[in-house]
Design a protein around this ligand. Structure first.
Ligand code: NAD
Length: 438
């Protein structure tokens, strides 16, 4: 199929590349000139495992091109909207100006029977509004097809999603059956593998995405609330998680207590969901999400306090090694990163912070130039009074406690992700502390 993908950020470029890899002819369009130039040369503008190889092969196949010119979308029949929907500056609501601008720019290039497919995460009701705009201004139609990819696994999640959700308007110009048939052709490979498909209305499709993120955020904040209780009772939250996780109704995944969630999706999505619920007069239904958000943010403060405690109550003038800056491993994304937030707060306490991350040094430097960055964990821990692990990259999990104990000034580690083996670190002479554990 001939496809355009409007917006080539974390979501759009992975989607465009994977669609080309699956045999479709794809043009990726973005308003950011430098992004288009870099992608056209086969250089992704962010770190995502497997993407550089796939991008190279898709470009070489001739099926993938990038352009700043929205007019290039005119050749395509299916148009994915993958632009950002960040939190607005002063409220919890999502900023829909990029989505509106993208659809407005696309309108004059839509042909009869074209399908615009919304992928961005939007407040419920947006698709209905866009659908009216599209059907009034063209002979095209709209479907809503939320994206569930996880950064770090984005390629695999796009090629083999765990489910497909189509939000479709009945009785439109192209007809519901037609929109479904077009999407089935786009996703023929995944459907042939047996990927479950839910065909529904716009509102349900939009809500599926935010409900999924609200659930995941709640699961993380639930275990972090248990960590708060564990901290005052001497209990061990990681054992608690193991024990409740054996219950298949609960499950162990997403029950890792620690510094909490961040990134470009979960925090802004639960806030936008609350803002939308308020507009709809059902804010009470989601008031628990305010607590989910608060628990999550409290973990960052608790982490700073714990580090301070390990430095006899005064971080000022002490040397702190920060391992990890990305909001999660296998990503260079530092949007609302708990790790970067904690690192900055430690600097604000007067500590001398030396931070490192396998992939997020440049993204972190751009956002927080005031921190001192080094390339390796070994450099970061040199002469440190305390080592603070903030993102659970596998290379940090595998650090040799005996080896690095010769580099530090104080063999003290605070594990913000509960990802190290305390017995191993203690046996090597370290003082080990973590959130939610004795
Ligand atoms: N990142 C993820 O893991 C993920 C997963 C699922 C859903 N989403 C959702 O996907 C959307 C995009 O997220 P992202 O992380 O890729 O954001 P991003 O900020 O990385 O990318 C957005 C891109 O859109 C471009 N853009 C903005 N306005 C444009 C316009 N008018 N025309 C063309 N391009 C335009 C920007 O230049 C940018 O490159 C958001 O709604 C997000 O919630 C993201």
């Amino acid at each position: 199929m001939k496809i355009s993908v409007i917006g080539c950020g974390y979501l759009g470029v992975v989607h465009a590349t994977c669609m080309a890899e699956l045999g479709h002819e794809v043009v990726g369009i973005d308003v950011d000139k430098s992004k288009i130039a870099s992608l056209s040369e086969g250089k992704p503008t962010f770190f995502e495992p497997g993407l550089p190889e796939l991008l190279a092969s898709a470009l070489a196949s001739g099926r993938l091109t990038f352009s700043e010119d929205i007019g290039r979308a005119a050749d395509a029949q299916v148009h994915f909207i993958a632009v950002g929907t960040p939190q607005t500056g002063d409220t919890y609501a999502a900023d829909l100006s990029y989505v509106n601008a993208a659809v407005t720019a696309l309108l004059p290039h839509l042909g009869a029977g074209d399908l615009v497919v919304g992928k961005s995460t939007v407040p419920v009701g947006t698709a209905e509004m866009l659908h009216a705009m599209i059907t009034a201004g063209s002979d095209a139609s709209l479907a809503w097809n939320p994206e569930f990819l996880r950064e770090g696994f984005a390629v695999a999640d796009t090629i083999s999603p765990d489910r497909l959700v189509y939000g479709i308007a009945a009785g439109t110009a192209t007809g519901a059956g037609n929109a479904e048939a077009i999407l089935d052709e786009v996703y023929a490979a995944a459907l042939a593998e047996g990927t479950p498909k839910v065909v529904t209305d716009f509102a349900t499709a939009e809500l599926v995405k935010v409900a999924a993120n609200a659930f995941l955020a709640t699961k993380i904040s639930f275990i972090n609330a248990m960590a708060e209780v564990a901290e005052v009772t001497g209990a061990d939250v990681t054992q608690l998680a193991d024990a409740i996780g054996y219950d298949a109704r609960i499950g162990r995944r997403f029950l890792n207590a620690g510094l909490g969630f961040g990134g470009g999706c979960l925090p802004k999505d639960i806030r936008a969901f609350m803002a939308r619920a308020e507009e709809l007069g059902v804010d009470q239904a989601l008031s628990f999400l305010r607590e989910v958000d608060s628990i999550n943010l409290r973990r960052r403060g608790r982490m700073v306090d714990l580090v301070n405690e390990m430095l006899d109550g005064s971080a000022a003038g002490k040397r702190i090694a920060v391992l990890g800056l990305a909001f999660k491993p296998n990503s260079d994304d530092v949007r609302d990163s708990p790790a970067l937030d904690v690192a900055v707060r430690l600097v604000e306490l007067g500590a001398i912070v030396t931070a490192t991350d396998p992939e997020a040094l440049e993204t972190a430097r751009r956002k927080r130039p005031e921190l001192t960055y080094v390339a390796t964990a070994e450099e970061a821990v040199r002469d440190a009074d305390v080592v603070v692990l903030l993102t659970e990259w596998s290379e940090y999990r595998e650090l040799d406690p005996t080896g690095i104990s010769t580099l530090v000034r104080g063999a003290v580690i605070v594990d913000g992700r509960n990802c190290l083996n305390p017995a191993r670190w203690r046996a090597a002479g370290w003082t080990y502390r973590a959130l939610g554990r004795p």
